[in-house]
Design a protein around this ligand. Structure first.
Ligand SMILES: Nc1ncnc2c1ncn2[C@@H]1O[C@H](COP(=O)(O)OP(=O)(O)OP(=O)(O)O)[C@@H](O)[C@H]1O
Length: 275
């Protein structure tokens, strides 16, 4: 079923907008609407968002719940912060695999606005100020130039929700076609994993070494890839390792027959994630 991914700062009105969408779709269509989110999982925000492992587990549970609910007919709204670019990419892979369309609804507020709403809301729903500030700082804003953040509907606090445009985006648009990286294939040989590990490590080392002499904006050639890395800033090894881990876990689930493509796929992933 089509997926609507909510996104926005903590306390930016995501649940309010999700509820509006639910009412609209239930009134104007026969479809069921399921809201999956921190609320439905009973997430204790100040505990979960203070601990990266707990937060990771919650993200995994939300994704699993979306995966369970996805079918061709009804609508799933994922009402959570969804502030990590890599996580939104994972959701995109999921919907591509399920062959159903998706869109992003971004509740755009300023830090001050959301902070004020947070202070004024019920104490039980409030974020502690330090957790609130940390989440705002970590927030990776959606960008419609990324396939996984598109179509993107950015909503300001006084905007009327463009429900018809959202509906068209979901129901008048074809699901993204499956491609090699999202079609389910049996996890091939141990050799594939070895190649994946080695090729991505080689790419990382090439970037690391190139950065010693390059300046932001240079194109960096890496072994095995015809495409080049485009770095607009210096990237440290910790960030590169994190992206490598993310890339490996997705690619493991969707191995390609052609290991010759891994380096190019990794370059594309890095370029998208680092621009
Ligand atoms: N457009 C708005 N104008 C004024 N206040 C708003 C607006 N949208 C939301 N609020 C207030 O902000 C608070 C949080 O709203 P809501 O639960 O929809 O946000 P959220 O982004 O889902 O929060 P959380 O990050 O906790 O999931 C509520 O108290 C609500 O009244």
């Amino acid at each position: 079923m089509p997926l609507i991914v909510m996104c926005g700062y903590p306390c930016s009105g995501k649940s309010r907008r999700a509820e509006e969408l639910k009412v609209y779709f239930e009134e104007s269509t026969e479809r069921k609407v399921h809201i999956v989110g921190d609320g439905s999982l009973g997430v204790e925000k100040n505990t979960v968002y203070a601990d990266s492992q707990k937060e990771k587990n919650v993200r995994a549970s939300l994704k699993a719940e979306v995966e369970r609910k996805v079918n061709k007919d009804d609508i799933v709204i994922l009402d959570s912060l969804n502030y990590i670019k890599g996580y939104r990419y994972e959701l995109f892979c999921l919907i591509k695999h399920a062959q159903t369309p998706h869109c992003l609804v971004y509740s755009l507020t300023s830090h001050e606005e959301s902070s004020l709403w947070n202070t004024n809301r019920d104490a039980a729903d409030q974020y502690n100020q330090d957790i609130f500030d940390a989440l705002v700082q970590r927030f990776e804003a959606p960008d419609s130039r990324n396939r996984w953040d598109s179509p993107l509907f950015t909503i300001l606090k006084d905007d009327t929700l463009p429900v018809e445009a959202i509906s068209d985006a979901l129901f008048k648009r074809k699901a993204p076609p499956p491609n090699q990286s999202t079609q389910s294939q049996p996890l091939s040989s141990a050799n594939f994993l070895y190649e994946l590990d080695k090729i991505t490590q080689d790419v990382l080392m090439a970037i690391f070494n190139a950065q010693k002499t390059s300046v932001p904006g240079d194109l960096i050639a890496v072994p095995g890839a015809s495409e080049k890395i485009e770095l607009t800033r210096n990237v440290n090894m910790a960030e590169l390792r994190k992206l490598r881990r993310q890339f490996i876990s997705y690619t493991k689930l969707h191995p390609t027959e052609n290991t010759g493509q891994i380096a190019n796929m990794f370059v594309q992933y890095l370029n998208k994630s680092l621009h």
